[in-house]
Ligand binder design. Structure first.
Ligand SMILES: *[C@@H]1O[C@H](CO)[C@@H](O)[C@H](O)[C@H]1NC(C)=O
Ligand SMILES: *[C@@H]1O[C@H](CO)[C@@H](O)[C@H](O)[C@H]1NC(C)=O
Ligand SMILES: *[C@@H]1O[C@H](CO)[C@@H](O)[C@H](O)[C@H]1NC(C)=O
Ligand SMILES: *[C@@H]1O[C@H](CO)[C@@H](O)[C@H](O)[C@H]1NC(C)=O
Ligand SMILES: *[C@@H]1O[C@H](CO)[C@@H](O)[C@H](O)[C@H]1NC(C)=O
Length: 411
């Protein structure tokens, strides 16, 4: 099948529709965005062939399994004759076509990625990763996802082609403005190739993000309280909901920041991440930690590090992630469900352990905000939100950072 490069000489880049999916503003990644590029690489008798690429320009948020789900509204009466490297979830009403039937006739198609292992003749470069897209800091080679489509009834020149409108992106996890959750009437329609069966999951999943502000207390470590819930409206798909080991907190992830040693000129922190979820192996996990002393980070053991200095001059935010083939896989709950590192910081003259200064201002795990819940807030029950429509399949994901201080004075 045609690869984009094969036609690049023709330079039929008529429009490059750059649709940035605005997400909730993240002060640690103020320019983070996902950009969708729509490149026309060839004209056809009734339309064109385009390569659509999503670039994940977010520093630390990746799109994790079960992957992205992209939609748009056609500007005219376009149809999709064929796709390579992805497919639509539904064919729509193609009854006016005889003989040669399009892949999809919907005005608002929904596209999902194919899985790894897709036959080569159905692939293009950057496709077929099950909808997973890495963040560009952690794995730039896998921070884009592409597919190719052949659009019909679409206009066959720069003048007659119209860009699709109203791109929507749905992906697991927080951060994307997904548009209002809509009622999805379960469809029994199946195309001959059983498309709904294989990929219906992405379409029928609705994502909610709840950010419940915590009333400010004296506790300097409680800055955020995001409660993330996935509502899955089909019991067979609830396997993505976490199954969490029984603990006093019932959270799937704990990030432990432990001030371990206090030297004259340095201080040393141990970070331990523990996975309490039996249903999740986190591949390519990452942490983002904000602490003013990252400017004076002197040594770091067994994690990768990158300063993500969101404002250039203030170097207080670090992204940490596992070393490939060593600890980049955070295994399901159990003996291997943890990863750890130690950090050595040089003390500033004004250094103090008072007022919680030794603790991070923010901790994100895979882009989800970790908080330290007040002790009387757990065990935390998931049924307190009135917006949940499918309570029996809803499990709340609460990420939190447990912070412990034990100072050994070596002065
Ligand atoms: C998206 O991010 C890229 C990379 O940081 C940047 O070049 C581009 O300007 C951003 N786009 C928008 C609309 O913010
Ligand atoms: C795109 O979305 C806007 C705002 O929701 C709406 O007013 C407009 O009609 C939509 N356009 C199309 C072509 O669906
Ligand atoms: C996690 O990975 C291990 C080893 O590959 C595998 O045995 C286990 O089933 C995986 N668990 C999940 C939830 O995918
Ligand atoms: C931030 O500080 C660390 C540790 O001193 C240094 O390695 C890194 O280059 C700095 N980054 C920026 C953007 O200044
Ligand atoms: C810590 O980093 C800041 C900014 O780079 C620098 O001004 C300061 O001298 C450093 N402190 C120590 C003790 O190295």
């Amino acid at each position: 099948m045609a690869s984009p490069l094969a036609f690049s000489l023709l330079a039929f880049l008529v429009f490059s529709s750059l649709a940035s999916i605005a997400e909730a503003y993240d002060s640690l990644d103020p320019n983070g965005n996902i950009t969708i590029k729509w490149d026309i690489i060839q004209w056809t008798p009734d339309g064109y062939v385009a390569v659509v690429t999503m670039y994940n320009y977010q520093q630390y948020r990746h799109i994790q399994s079960p992957g992205w789900n992209l939609g748009w509204t056609w500007a005219k009466k376009e149809v999709i004759w064929s796709m390579v490297g992805a497919q639509t979830t539904e064919q729509g009403d193609c009854s006016k076509f005889k003989g040669n039937i399009p892949h999809c006739c919907k005005k608002t198609p929904t596209i999902v990625d194919l899985l790894p292992g897709t036959p080569y003749n159905m692939q293009i470069a950057n496709c077929c990763k099950g909808g997973v897209i890495s963040s560009w800091v952690q794995d730039p080679a896998n921070a884009a996802s592409s597919f190719q489509l052949s659009a019909g009834l679409a206009g066959t020149s720069k003048k007659t082609v119209r860009a699709p409108k109203n791109f929507t992106l749905r992906a697991p996890g927080p951060g994307y403005t997904c548009g209002p959750a809509k009622d999805v009437s379960p469809s029994t329609f199946l195309t001959s190739d059983g498309r709904r069966k294989t990929h219906a999951l992405s379409k029928d999943m609705e994502h909610y993000l709840y950010i419940l502000p915590v009333s400010c207390t004296e506790d300097p470590y409680m800055l955020y309280s995001p409660y993330l819930a996935y509502a899955v409206n089909d019991p067979s798909k609830s396997s993505y909901a976490p199954l969490v080991q029984c603990t006093s907190h019932m959270c799937p992830i704990r990030v432990h920041w432990h001030v371990k040693l206090n030297y004259k000129d340095y201080w040393r922190v141990k970070i331990a991440i523990t996975n309490f979820n039996y249903r999740m192996n986190y591949t390519q996990w990452n942490l983002v930690i904000q602490h003013p002393n990252f400017d004076n980070l002197t040594q770091l053991f067994s994690f990768n590090y990158r300063s993500i200095a969101p404002y250039g001059d203030i170097n207080d935010t670090a992204m940490l992630w596992g070393v490939k083939y060593y600890n980049d896989l955070l295994m399901e709950a159990g003996p291997y469900g943890n990863a750890q590192s130690e950090l050595l910081f040089r003390k500033e003259p004004s250094f103090t352990f008072e007022k919680g200064w030794a603790f991070p201002r923010r901790v994100y795990f895979n882009g989800d905000n970790c908080v330290m819940p007040p002790p009387d807030a757990y065990p935390w029950l998931p049924n307190s939100s009135p917006r949940l429509r499918f309570p029996s399949f809803v499990l709340m994901v609460v990420l939190w950072a447990a912070l412990a201080l034990s100072l050994i004075h070596h002065l």
